[in-house]
Design a protein around this ligand. Structure first.
Ligand code: ADP
Ligand code: MG
Length: 261
């Protein structure tokens, strides 16, 4: 690979001058993002601030008006197999007739190819991933018959079998019970500790400091980004959430000892 085909390879995710519009209304306006490898990053911002659009555009599911996106220095097409994605739960058709095991096995298709039937070894791999998220007893269950938290665990298991280097998860903890949230966070921390980069759209400001080490604050434009320690400030929160400030006063008023719990 010659030098000039690489672009900011030191970043797991590098975005320059990205603008995305839906019917001429901007969802993302001229944003730059740099996320180093090996961090667990949160993307936060109010509803409709472009968080899901950002992830979908990076993955090539939404076409930008302008901009430049690189992962590990490469365009998404070149590194697709190194990327895992857990979509926002509300965007998935849960009535699709498929079992939990099938959903996880689909995560392997990137490697075994769509035309090859998954074999016993693949099924064993998928079952092992279901076990990691505590869902081994539900392998044969239709996904439509699982609770929200269980569905989310199945999608995490699918991301795990992908054995990616860079993971995108869109609000994985939204609407799940406390036990599921703990399971998900432990798995994501383990991935991060193994050197993977984990990028999570996160809705709960009270847990940003406890769960994440990197932060991107978005409201159509980038408001701030960097280490959580330097970025999670009252001023940046106010700039990001504006009129919704009242909703976030509580976590800000917690003394540091409690905020770290
Ligand atoms: P978030 O994930 O931060 O809640 P989204 O990225 O889903 O925000 O949406 C950003 C904005 O773009 C919102 O105003 C939303 O209504 C709009 N939007 C998202 N998807 C579409 C779409 N497919 N067509 C038209 N508008 C969309
Ligand atoms: Mg969203």
């Amino acid at each position: 690979m010659s030098e000039h085909t690489l672009h900011e390879p030191q970043y797991a995710l590098h975005i320059e001058d990205l603008t995305v519009t839906y019917h001429a209304t901007p969802a993302l306006w001229d944003i730059d993002v740099n996320i180093p490898p090996g961090v667990m990053a949160a993307i936060v911002g109010p509803n409709g601030s472009g968080k899901s659009t950002l992830i979908k555009t990076v993955l090539g599911l939404v076409r930008p008006v302008a901009g430049h996106i690189r992962m590990f220095g490469y365009p998404v097409k070149a590194v697709r197999r190194r990327i895992g994605y857990v979509p926002q739960r509300s965007s998935v058709d849960w009535d699709f007739p498929t079992t939990a095991l099938d959903v996880v096995t689909m995560g392997l298709y990137g490697r075994i190819g769509w035309l090859l039937r998954p074999g016993r070894a693949h099924q064993a791999q998928a079952l092992a991933a279901l076990e990691q998220v505590g869902m081994q007893d539900y392998a044969a269950r239709q996904i439509s018959q699982l609770s929200g938290g269980q569905q989310q665990r199945v999608f995490i298991a699918r991301a795990l079998v992908q054995d990616a280097d860079l993971y995108f998860l869109d609000e994985p903890m939204a609407g799940v019970d406390a036990t599921t949230e703990r399971t998900i966070i432990e798995l994501l921390h383990r991935l991060r500790d193994a050197g993977k980069t984990v990028i999570v759209v996160h809705h709960d400001l009270t847990t940003v400091q406890r769960y994440f080490d990197w932060l991107v604050m978005l409201n159509v434009r980038i408001i701030a980004q960097g280490s959580v320690a330097s970025t999670y400030t009252a001023d940046n929160l106010r700039k990001t959430y504006g009129g919704q400030l009242a909703l976030i006063e509580t976590p800000l008023e917690l003394p540091p000892s409690e905020a770290q719990l």
